[in-house]
Ligand binder design. Structure first.
Ligand code: PEP
Ligand code: MN
Length: 338
């Protein structure tokens, strides 16, 4: 159920509707819009009678939301959401480049990566301190030490930090250092982690599960919004198919599909989406052309010595070329759109 307020509705009118929703035992979500405010309702086990709201002061209409996801849907919020990460708007007019190594491996490695990606035009730094690895014997990350190096890289370069959180136990620790918490593909349906992210003050970058449908992806985001955190960035990172010329198949048609169903920004990760260094640049360009609001790209000062995802990590010079080409495409498209 969505209660749409009249354009001139007062704060007291909005408060009245929220009070009524709470009195019914449900949770109100105020969604400000360009024209008027809407109030979403969650926590109701069944349908709510619109008559409960239509006669309240300032209410224009009460409508049923047809999709299983509510707060992430465009029905509920027609305007695009712009998520700020350390002052960088994601989902606005400018293409956002998030770059850095797969894992934080040492102080020197993350500082060198941060300097290189900043110099090449990235606005945000990525790097995992907690790594979800297929093998328990593979490098698992430097944990808090890695987070400290990321904070040092931020202090030196000014780049905001996006880093992965893999469980509820370490969430608070990651929150202390990060500007945006990443929930990885393997955890897209870790519902307790999603709920915890929903109670975080930080924006969340949610990656699509390895074989998840669009509806499952949006429902995962709904978990985060339903707890009160509306700052969610979606990320297409490739799904598993029969194709064996790449590690995953970057499903770029999900970009316009998300944009028609949801107001949340969507970016693409052509590094995990292809798994091969030579395919990252062309698929980054394709992602921008398809309308992605940003890119997440793995870059390493010495990819051949990387402790994770070296095959798909770009050399700094390759990232510089990718950044320049992707910005050119993005600017061309926004000029043509006027
Ligand atoms: C990563 O970003 O390094 C990562 C593990 O990504 P994904 O969850 O998409 O596999
Ligand atoms: Mn990786």
């Amino acid at each position: 159920m969505l209660v749409v307020m009249q354009a001139h509705a007062s704060q007291a009118d909005i408060g009245g509707v929220c009070g009524k929703i709470e009195a019914l035992g449900f949770r109100p979500h105020i969604i400000p819009g360009a024209q008027r405010t809407a109030i979403g309702i969650t926590g109701n086990p069944g349908a709510i009678d619109p008559c409960e709201f239509v006669d309240l002061a300032g209410v224009a209409e009460a409508i049923r939301v047809s999709k299983p996801y509510k707060l992430v849907s465009r029905e509920v919020k027609p305007d695009n959401t712009v998520v700020e990460v350390a002052g960088v708007p994601v989902g606005g007019a400018d293409l956002v480049l998030i770059a850095g190594p797969c894992s934080v491996e040492s102080r020197e490695q993350i500082l060198a990566s941060a300097r290189a990606v900043k110099d090449a035009g990235a606005q945000l730094l990525r790097g995992g301190a907690y790594k979800p690895r297929t093998s328990p014997y593979a490098f698992q990350g430097l944990h808090e030490e890695g987070l400290q190096y990321l904070a040092e890289a931020r202090a030196e370069t000014g780049l905001g930090v996006v880093t992965e959180v893999i469980d509820v136990e370490t969430f608070e620790l990651v929150e202390r250092y990060a500007d945006c918490v990443q929930i990885g593909a393997r955890n897209m349906q870790n519902f307790s982690l999603l709920r915890r992210a929903g109670r975080s003050r930080l924006p969340v970058l949610l990656k699509r599960g390895i074989s998840s449908t669009l509806e499952e992806f949006l429902m995962a985001a709904e978990y985060i919004l339903s707890e009160g955190n509306y700052n969610v960035i979606l990320c297409e990172r490739g799904v598993r198919t029969f194709a064996d010329h790449t590690r995953n198949t970057l499903d770029l048609s999900v970009v316009p599909a998300v944009q028609s169903l949801s107001h949340l920004p969507i970016i693409a990760d052509p590094s995990h989406g292809t798994g091969r260094r030579d395919k990252v640049h062309p698929m980054a360009l394709a992602s921008v052309a398809a309308g992605a609001s940003g890119l997440m790209v793995e870059v390493h000062p010495t990819p051949d010595r990387a402790l994770s995802d070296g095959f798909q990590s770009l050399y700094p010079d390759q990232f510089r070329a990718l950044a320049a080409d992707c910005r050119a495409v993005s600017e061309l498209l926004s000029r043509r759109r006027g």
